[in-house]
Design a protein around this ligand. Structure first.
Ligand code: ZN
Length: 67
């Protein structure tokens, strides 16, 4: 199953979802609960970048770290 990256249109939170090839895929933002998730087409850049994504883990005090 392919993994797609989505960005919340409401709060800007990014999340990855597994999607089946059939049926409609509707995702809800795990932060604000909005269902307005926009699919991102950023390719396969999520291999080793998990460590620099501390904002989504809640360890970044400002939520704006650009590391
Ligand atoms: Zn959100």
């Amino acid at each position: 199953m392919p993994i797609f990256e989505y960005k919340c249109n409401k709060c800007g939170h990014k999340a990855e979802f597994l999607e089946k090839s059939t049926g409609k895929n509707k995702h809800v933002c795990e932060k604000c609960g909005s269902d307005q998730m926009q699919k991102l087409f950023s390719g396969f850049s999520v291999g080793q970048s998990s460590q620099g994504d501390s904002c989504s883990t809640g360890t970044c005090p400002t939520g704006t770290c650009g590391l």
